[in-house]
Write a protein that binds this ligand. Sequence first.
Ligand SMILES: [Zn+2]
Length: 73
Amino acid sequence: MSDSEYGVFTEEGCIEASLWSHANAEAVAELYREQAAEDDVEETYTVHEMCEEHRDAERPKGECDECEAQYND
Ligand SMILES: [Zn+2]
């Protein structure tokens, strides 16, 4: 049982978090893609593992501004 958190992102940022499996997050992203296709909207939805240290920041793991601030002082 993994407790990794996943989120769905657009180029603008996180639109959906608290998804507790990659498959679940992909399923949610797929719903957004279908909706975007229906609405004829150009948007890219990607799934990323969330930074577990800074959940409030809703940043992907490895691309977290808070982590960068913390470690690149
Ligand atoms: Zn972080």
